[in-house]
Design a protein around this ligand. Structure first.
Ligand code: 5U1
Length: 674
């Protein structure tokens, strides 16, 4: 017998509830009761049924966690309740001072109950639920206005799309919860490993990786990243009002939110200090980054009495853990040659635990830094983790120095090819001048050549590049275009299909835009932005090659150093023959000429773009300016004709005001070009 639409809808509801329940057990309780295969079966059943009856799909359906298309930009949204930040206590003394100030509000109390939670080093967000359904997720922003990132947040499995009603009397009519999105350290390391192999920029720390992932315009990217959340506050509208912060968290836990179990209700400030000391060391076992402890007055009435200053509540404070440093032994100093020939020293350390990860290498910056620290092989050194991924050596424990140790002699020749290193006056970095004969430079250059912002050759990462170089198959980037399937099949564990894909990816990069090619050339002091500027001023590599230093440095955004570097790059015989090879292999060395239908109305005008444009993306704006004969620059000067100002403009806007450069709103700009 055929089911009615009502019956089908009931089945769908039951199926969704069942899946949501198993999600809750898996992601929140960490206690699944069915095998993954059974979960997949239920999920597929739901997907199939919804495909047959798309009109019955609801926004809270588990299938809708990645449902919407990428947006052009995030909408700004006003928070219903302001998200305050926290005052910091950088020492135990400052923590006591905060407590004593709070105690003064309650002269009859000897102590106040305090609730301690870990401060997660992530991205603060707020989630709104109306009658039990997630209606909006937004970043904290400035506390009053944030960005609407609902679609992306919906991809995070530990965020309930629908509140769990099994353990509470009544679902609140309106609920806003606040929490911190984070990426577990193991996922961060895996993501960076992947990006390294693809030649993409690595994230500096789990916080940047988490925040970057959640602020992707395409929710599919967010969904592929392993993100999690801890909820730490809730504003409940309706007749349920917990008496304490602890009760609020318990209520939220029962609604299906993930609350960090690493917390404690303390009777006085001494117990708080003890909690802080325990977690200062234990935090590295957690698998996610925390940078302190948040201490809150537990009693909500007392919180109300204490109130807020202009920026933070008086009833809460963040105790910051001291920066992490460790003492270890310097085993060796490795000298590496990078893709531009820059030679940098790296400290090889006795592995030591630092801020949750094992550190075996640290930055030593340059020869001057080694001399300044007088650091020697075998020394006990202090290593500190700054905001960057690579920790740095900040000092030497001279008291433990071996009396026979010798000063480190910085090499005068390239460790890879033996060429004499060069150091320009006023610079701290030494360079290997052997542009195409140095294997280390070649490896770095090829990795850069294939990367996204250069020739964007998918599937060729550092290990393939290493094999090309080792086997002598590739002696400069142009040789990539001469590789055959047979060449690729000689590499480790290479099957015909993958070899084919690699050849196709290399061949299709022949028509990359000029800016990508200029960037790929790896000219010293010419990065992505400079390459863009050059491509808008020259229509071919040949034209760029013929440009003089004066001509180049007269271009907005091109400095003297870059201009000199470009000229000397194209004088190198090896570069000249590589360009010839690229041409013979059919690599496009000029920008395809657009059919000039439009009048060249912008000839002689130089534009700078700042902020986000809403009616078109930056690439399109750049393209149009160029098509109409205008030029683009990366920086504002007296010679700039117009600064186009989108939403949230940067410092370029201020500079334009200061220099009295004509400012165009997006609307003015659109009128000018159409
Ligand atoms: N764990 C925790 N982090 N955190 C951050 N609790 C907490 N509370 C905060 C913030 C900004 O603010 C309260 C004022 C709700």
């Amino acid at each position: 017998m055929k089911s009615t639409i009502t019956e089908i809808n009931e089945n769908l509801l039951k199926l969704r509830d069942k899946i949501n329940h198993h999600n809750y057990l898996y992601y929140l309780k960490d206690a699944p009761v069915i095998p993954d295969s059974e979960y997949d079966r239920l999920f597929n059943e739901l997907k199939e049924l919804e495909a047959l009856y798309p009109e019955l799909i609801t926004p809270d359906s588990p299938t809708q966690r990645v449902g919407e298309l990428p947006s052009e930009k995030f909408e700004q949204v006003a928070h219903k309740y302001r998200l305050f930040s926290l005052d910091n206590a950088n020492s135990k003394e400052e923590l006591s001072d905060w407590y004593n100030r709070a105690l003064k509000f309650f002269p009859n109390d000897k102590d106040i109950e305090l609730f301690c939670e870990l401060k997660i080093d992530g991205l603060a967000i707020s989630l709104s639920y109306e009658n039990g359904f997630l209606t909006r997720g937004a970043t904290r922003g400035d506390g009053k206005t944030g960005e609407n990132i609902t679609t992306n947040l919906k991809t995070i499995k530990s965020i309930p799309l629908k509140l769990y009603s099994g353990e509470v009397d009544k679902i609140p009519e309106f609920l806003e919860v606040r929490g911190e999105i984070f990426m577990p350290i193991s996922s961060f390391e895996k993501l960076n490993e992947k990006r390294r192999k693809l030649g993409e920029m690595e994230f500096a720390n789990p916080r940047n990786a988490g925040s970057g992932s959640v602020r992707q315009l395409d929710p599919k990217i967010t969904s592929d990243r392993d993100l999690d959340i801890f909820i730490y506050a809730g504003i409940i509208e309706g007749n349920h009002s917990p008496a304490t912060h602890k009760d609020t968290l318990e209520f939220l836990r029962n609604l299906g939110f993930k609350i960090n179990p690493a917390s404690k209700l303390c009777r006085n400030i001494d117990e708080v200090a003890e909690f802080c000391d325990i977690w200062k060391n234990k935090r590295f076992e957690l698998g996610y980054a925390t940078d302190g402890v948040v201490i809150k007055v537990n009693d909500i009435n007392k919180q109300d009495e204490l109130g807020f200053t202009s920026r933070a509540p008086r009833w809460a404070v963040a105790y910051k853990f001291p920066p992490e440093e460790a003492l270890t032994t310097l085993r060796a100093i490795a000298i590496n040659t990078g893709r531009t020939g820059a030679v940098t020293p790296v400290a090889i350390l006795e592995p030591v635990k630092l801020a949750g990860t094992t550190v075996a290498r640290a930055s030593l910056h340059n020869a001057d830094e080694i001399q300044r620290l007088d650091v020697r092989i075998g020394d006990k050194v202090w290593v500190k983790k700054a905001a960057e991924i690579i920790p740095k050596i900040i000092g030497v424990d001279i008291s433990q120095r071996n009396p026979d140790s010798e000063q480190f002699i910085y090499p005068q020749t390239c460790p890879s090819c033996g060429a004499y290193l060069e150091r320009k006056e006023g610079e701290v970095i030494t360079y290997c001048p052997n542009l195409t004969g140095c294997m280390a430079q070649l490896q770095g250059w090829l990795e850069y050549w294939v990367s996204r912002t250069a020739m964007d050759i998918d599937g060729v990462g550092s290990s393939l590049v290493a094999q090309f170089v080792e086997k002598g198959l590739v002696k400069d980037p142009a040789d990539l275009y001469g590789l055959t399937i047979e060449d690729i099949l000689t590499l480790d564990r290479m099957a015909e299909k993958s070899a084919n894909n690699i050849i196709n990816a290399i061949q299709s990069s022949k028509i990359r835009p000029l800016a990508g090619l200029i960037n790929a050339l790896g000219i010293k002091y010419v990065g992505r932005e400079t390459a863009e500027i050059l491509s808008s001023n020259f229509s071919s590599i040949e034209d760029l090659k013929l440009a003089s230093c004066e001509q180049l440095s007269s271009i907005e955004g091109i400095g003297e150093k870059s201009a000199q570097s470009i000229v000397s790059y194209f004088q190198n015989q090896k570069v000249i023959s590589m360009l010839e090879k690229l041409k013979n292999y059919g690599v496009k060395l000029e920008e395809e000429k657009h059919e000039i239908l439009e009048e060249q109305t912008l000839t002689g005008k130089t534009f700078v773009l700042t902020g986000t444009l809403t009616s078109m993306d930056r690439n399109k704006a750049t393209d149009i300016i160029k098509r109409l004969g205008g030029k683009l620059s990366g920086s504002v000067s007296e010679r700039t004709s117009y600064v186009v100002v989108g939403e949230n403009p940067g410092s370029k806007y201020e500079k334009a005001l200061k220099l009295n450069v004509t400012i165009l709103s997006e609307e003015d700009f659109v009128k000018m070009i159409y």
